[in-house]
Design a protein around this ligand. Structure first.
Ligand SMILES: [Zn+2]
Length: 481
């Protein structure tokens, strides 16, 4: 993500109603209703996946393999109807399990074709299948729902999730967004593949992640199909509905699909989107093969979106980035996330610097590559100018309220540069290529990154990572070793 405008460093509003401490299964046994499992082996899945910063995010007891999200949205009355299929595997013996769904009303749930009992408690949807689900069992849940989707209020970021816009809608946000339009295990540690079928009034365009799968029209409606077959974290899903200048093409055998809102003046946003493949090719020289199956970007006109987000294979950019001309740096940042954050995704939100520190460092590398200031010069300027708050906030342990603070971005990038100075360019650029290769399509932690850096460099690096990631005062200015 790239932010613009002021940051309000206040607590995040948690939308879930339940707080649970553990992960996997709750300690208490609950016997099912008549016809439901009552074996002592079966227990309800937890209402949170176990993230210290966001205890209600995600759910325990299963792992999603694939979502098929089918929604119909009418901007005229702002109503959405949905029928989403979730294919998952139980990782515990489950009597019931939760999905995250916020602000929409469920009318029917089936599990493997059989009616399941369902109950909504805040943003938790509790599903009790007719029979218990044994560990290792694959199961298919279909949820039918409807309503007027609502944004998820987030004091730090402004509104996330579903927003009704002048010509349609957008679903976007970090750390959560997906649960505002489909039932989901809403945490990056449960990646899955996605198929989207989005039906909108004829004449509007619906853009989502991944590879376009065509569209079909009937009775005044058009269904747009998209497929993201590279495992994706749920917050990286998006749909943008509206009127766009669309440009398509192909690059290195992959489809290119850019959409710029007709509400934006012709020029800056279009030029910035057009830089996407050039930027991706440059980043490949640093990070290894481009990790997703499509190229693209969506530039939207709604000024309430004050950030850009690395939605997988097709980042979404708010209008302010292009207010003063074309802006390739923000494209660099969001594309760098396709490696750092998307292909290699977080296991827990506290490791957010693994995303933002590297995406910011990619901007520094791009500036140097593009004839601007060198990376060392950028580092020295940041080191000299940084605010006291940057030094008091440890990027490796920022706290949920500082998830998108300056420290995570700038001091995160400074940490990357301090590592480079400690290990030398040869080892450093090998680390930058090896991390996305070894962790491709997976989840990772800071400890795993440190271990990789130490393995490749052959150096013990506590004196780099401890002060830069976890210290609460300014580290000494690093010198090449
Ligand atoms: Zn970012």
């Amino acid at each position: 993500m790239t932010r613009r405008g002021t940051r309000r460093a206040v607590g995040l509003l948690l939308t879930g109603a339940l707080l649970v401490g553990g992960c996997q299964s709750a300690p208490e046994r609950r016997d099912g209703p008549s016809g439901a499992p009552s074996s002592p082996d079966f227990r309800p899945g937890a209402a949170g996946i176990g993230d210290d910063y966001f205890p209600t995010y995600g759910n325990g007891g299963y792992d999603v393999d694939r979502y098929t999200v089918r929604v119909r949205y009418d901007p005229a009355d702002e109503r959405l109807t949905g029928a989403t299929t979730i294919e998952a595997t139980a990782v515990a013996d489950l009597s019931s399990f939760n999905l995250d769904l916020s602000g929409l009303t469920v009318s029917k749930v089936t599990v493997d074709g059989a009616d399941a009992r369902h109950q909504q408690e805040g943003s938790e949807l509790v599903v009790t299948p007719a029979a218990g689900l044994r560990t290792g069992t694959g199961f298919r849940t279909e949820v039918t729902y409807a309503g007027r989707p609502q944004p998820i209020e987030n004091e730090t970021l402004g509104e996330g999730g579903w927003l009704h816009t002048a010509d349609g809608a957008v679903a976007l946000g970090q750390p959560e967004s997906a649960s505002s339009w489909f039932p989901v295990n809403d945490h990056p540690s449960d990646k899955a593949t996605y198929d989207f079928e989005i039906t909108v009034p004829e004449g509007l365009t619906a853009v989502s992640n991944g590879v376009p799968q065509g569209r079909s029209s009937a009775d005044g409606w058009t269904t747009w199909k998209w497929a993201e077959r590279v495992p994706m974290a749920s917050y990286l899903s998006t749909v943008v509905i509206g009127r766009f200048r669309v440009s398509t093409g192909e690059h290195k055998g992959r489809p290119v699909y850019h959409a710029v809102s007709t509400g934006l003046p012709k020029g800056p946003a279009d030029e910035s989107m057009a830089a996407t493949v050039r930027v991706a090719d440059y980043l490949e020289t640093l990070f290894g093969p481009y990790p997703v199956q499509a190229y693209g970007g969506v530039a939207i006109a709604d000024p309430r979106i004050r950030y850009a987000l690395e939605t997988q294979s097709r980042p979404v950019y708010g209008p302010s980035f292009f207010a003063r001309g074309s802006n390739v740096e923000v494209v660099v940042h969001e594309l760098a996330h396709q490696w750092f954050g998307n292909s290699v995704a977080l296991t827990r939100w506290s490791d957010i610097w693994l995303n933002e520190g590297f995406a910011t460092y990619a901007e520094w590398l791009w500036k140097e590559h593009d004839g601007g200031p060198g990376v060392q010069q950028t580092f020295d300027a940041r080191y000299a100018e940084a605010s006291p708050q940057l030094w008091s906030t440890p990027p490796g342990r920022p706290g949920p309220e500082n998830l998108f603070s300056e420290s995570v971005y700038q001091r995160g990038a400074m940490t990357v540069h301090a590592l480079r100075l400690a290990v030398g360019d040869e080892a450093f650029f090998r680390i930058l290529r090896t991390w996305p290769a070894e962790k491709r399509d997976a989840n990772a932690t800071t400890d795993e990154f440190v271990a990789l850096a130490e393995r490749i460099s052959g150096k013990q690096l506590d004196d780099v990572f401890d002060p830069w990631l976890y210290g609460t005062r300014r580290p000494t200015h690093p010198q090449p070793r």
